[in-house]
Design a protein. Structure first.
Length: 235
């Protein structure tokens, strides 16, 4: 048995009408992924190792990698995913994940979130014939953003900044009680680097240098007037 003590302080006591306990709880929420555009795969088999270079069309973020494999009916190989870095070889890139490729398990694995445009897969064949990777696909986890938006106002969503941390809003504590969630439309998506050429902030930056020039001329004029008024100066 167990005993629960409720400290009411100066409040009216609660009426406990029942109690229970959970023997176990399983999270049945499945992660939803979006498939990125097709990749380009290049494979080289050498010295019991298959070196597979995977190139994405752009720096698409991904947290899951799936593949199609051609090989013998039964296989179980150790594989590594290494990022392509400056000056690195196929075997010396940054290790992101290590996993098994087996004929009796799904041919996909999860990796820490990254947005690399290219990475290498190293498959250790040992004394077995090499596997042939027919296709490698990257996937990114679907992310939902819930926010309270007022009608008639315009909002901007800025994303992709690796130095920005996660925000902490009060609305997160009420996500279980939000019953009406409506998707919104969006437009005018552009890279942050090109934001200065648009309206608003870009036009403000165009006035910086003229303002500095005017301030410099005004300062020079004041210095000239003061220097003319110092004792010993002829007018």
């Amino acid at each position: 048995y167990f005993k629960i003590i409720i400290n009411n302080e100066h409040n009216d006591p609660l009426l406990v009408t029942g109690s229970s306990y959970y023997a176990g709880q399983t999270d049945t929420t499945a992660t939803i992924y979006h498939q990125n555009p097709a990749t380009r795969v290049t494979q080289l088999d050498s010295n019991k190792i298959s070196y597979v270079q995977v190139n994405q069309a752009a720096r698409y973020p991904f947290t899951k990698v799936s593949m199609k494999v051609s090989g013998p009916p039964f296989y179980n190989r150790v594989a590594e995913l290494r990022l392509v870095t400056t000056g690195s070889t196929a075997a010396s890139g940054q290790l992101l994940a290590r996993y098994n490729i087996a004929s009796n398990s799904p041919l996909w694995f999860e990796v820490p979130r990254t947005s690399a445009s290219a990475f290498n897969l190293l498959i250790y064949n040992e004394d077995n014939p090499p596997l042939r990777l027919l296709e490698v696909t990257t996937h990114q986890e679907k992310v939902l953003i819930i926010a309270y938006l007022e009608k008639g106002n315009n909002y901007r969503l800025v994303f992709g900044d690796s130095l920005t941390g996660f925000a902490n809003y009060d609305l997160d504590a009420f996500k279980d009680s939000i019953q009406i969630v409506q998707p919104i439309s969006y437009k005018n998506i552009y890279a942050v680097a090109n934001a200065a050429t648009g309206k608003g902030r870009g036009n403000q930056q165009n006035w910086i240098w003229p303002a500095i020039l005017v301030a410099g001329l005004a300062m020079g004029f004041l210095v000239y007037r003061l220097s003319r008024e110092l004792p010993g100066k002829t007018r």
